[in-house]
Design a protein around this ligand. Structure first.
Ligand code: SF4
Length: 439
């Protein structure tokens, strides 16, 4: 037996012994990348061997995957397909496996925070996305599972060979006598890395010489071939990950990396070129982030400093996103870039910023998205019509009135309000010069 085969059988033996040693459920965190695929593959093979020997499966295996809602479409399709294959395989083989996809709450999704609240596109210094979109949904799920079962064991695909910092973090872990370490944030959740001493080459050799129990691995290899990065963005479920910014399979909107190399590499393939508009949108997010004219001159706490995206910028971004979605209608094959729930939530956020005309819902409609929305705070249809008619009768631009109302609304908590008149003058002046979008 060669060295790799020895490692494979020793990992499976060890997994089996640990699996049977107690009743705590196991959770394999699956990102679709090679390392988590290898761990899942080994774990499922171990279950199959137990079944063959007639050893009953004494507890459930959870396979959990993260879906941020802004995954690169090719990766989203790939992971969804794998999860279906695993689900079907488990059913066919009567294995007690539950497959779950974890997503952020609509109030914490990428579009709600960026377009709704105006958070600037994330970067290394303000990387608000990972926690909201990945860590929180995973922590919520894992905590609940731990509470229900008193304890769980998470199997991760981390390896010392990945990087010096990964090796240091593995080394620093305080493993117990079974090789498990405590999860840093979830009491009674333990973490185990069965392939921590495997090399990159060993993982690839294993995957290319052992067919996946549920189907195939060659489609994953093709995906890796299309890009040329290293790790995968599995921080979602992985307490040891430092960052998912420098990833290969990250979100298509990711501005944490200065250049989205994986997308750039994929765009070299004729069959993936259709994603070019997504790449352009992502680049626009980076440009807008660094353009003070697209940002408010104050933070939300009133501090004078570069603040969130202006409402006008957010409207522009929603328009561009929806027009990109409409242009890619055929390629997206029924999928959307932003959900109805997110559009409704964006509208809620905009109402707080003084958008009384339900612009998000109207912009969505313009691009063919008929979003059901029960207005509670905005002007009702009659009031909106009345204001529109009044503007028309008096030859006043409704957009100008909208801007003035937003401005007035932004001062609602201020005790000293004289500056509102100065801002009114600026708005009217910019309007007269045709520069309203710069307000
Ligand atoms: S891939 Fe980029 S955008 Fe997505 S969560 Fe990670 S850092 Fe944020």
């Amino acid at each position: 037996m060669d060295l790799l085969e020895e490692k494979v059988s020793s990992v499976k033996e060890r997994l089996k012994a640990e699996f049977l040693a107690d009743s705590r459920p196991w959770v394999v965190t699956f990102s679709g990348g090679k390392d988590s695929t290898a761990v899942l593959h080994l774990t499922i093979e171990m279950l199959l061997e137990m079944k063959k020997e007639g050893t009953p499966q004494n507890k459930k295996l959870y396979v959990v995957s993260s879906d941020t809602g802004v995954e690169m479409p090719l990766i989203e399709d790939y992971v969804a397909d794998k999860l279906d294959q695993i689900r079907n395989f488990a059913k066919k083989e009567h294995l007690d496996i539950e497959v779950t996809k974890l997503s952020p709450k609509v109030t914490e999704s990428f579009w709600t925070l960026l377009i709704g609240k105006g958070y600037p596109s994330p970067n290394q210094t303000f990387r608000w996305c990972t926690d909201r979109m990945k860590i929180r949904p995973a922590t919520y799920f894992l905590k609940k599972l731990t509470d229900q079962n008193r304890s769980i064991l998470m199997l991760l695909g981390v390896r010392s060979d990945e990087s010096a910092s990964r090796a240091a973090s593995i080394e620093k872990r305080n493993d117990n006598h079974r090789g498990f370490s405590m999860h840093p944030d979830i009491p009674n959740a333990f973490v185990y890395s069965p392939i921590k001493d495997w090399s990159n080459a060993e993982v690839w050799t294993f995957l290319s010489t052992h067919p996946a129990p549920w189907g195939r691995h060659d489609d994953m290899m093709q995906l890796y071939d299309k890009g040329s990065g290293e790790g995968d963005c599995n921080i979602a479920l992985n307490p040891q990950s430092q960052s998912c910014g420098k990833t290969r399979f990250g979100c298509w909107v990711c501005t944490v990396v200065s250049q989205d190399k994986s997308m750039a590499n994929m765009l070299k393939n004729p069959e993936d070129m259709w994603m070019q508009p997504l790449h352009e949108f992502r680049n626009l997010l980076e440009v807008y982030r660094n353009d003070p004219s697209k940002r408010q001159p104050r933070r939300r706490n009133g501090q004078k400093s570069i603040g969130p995206f202006k409402l006008s910028t957010r409207k522009e971004l929603l328009e561009k996103l929806l027009s990109t979605e409409r242009d890619l209608h055929k390629e997206l094959a029924g999928k959307t870039l932003i959900s109805d729930e997110e559009i409704v939530q964006i509208q809620e956020e905009w109402l707080n910023d003084g958008d009384f005309f339900e612009s998000a819902i109207k912009i969505a409609k313009k691009y063919g998205r008929d979003v059901a929305y029960n207005s509670v705070k905005a002007f009702n249809e009659d009031e909106q019509e009345f204001i529109s008619a009044l503007c028309e009768q008096n030859g006043i631009n409704k957009e100008l009135i909208d801007y003035l109302m937003q401005c007035e609304h932004s001062y609602r908590h201020h005790t000293i309000r004289y500056k509102v008149f100065q801002e009114f003058e600026t708005i009217i002046e910019r309007f007269a010069k045709g520069q309203l979008n710069e307000v």
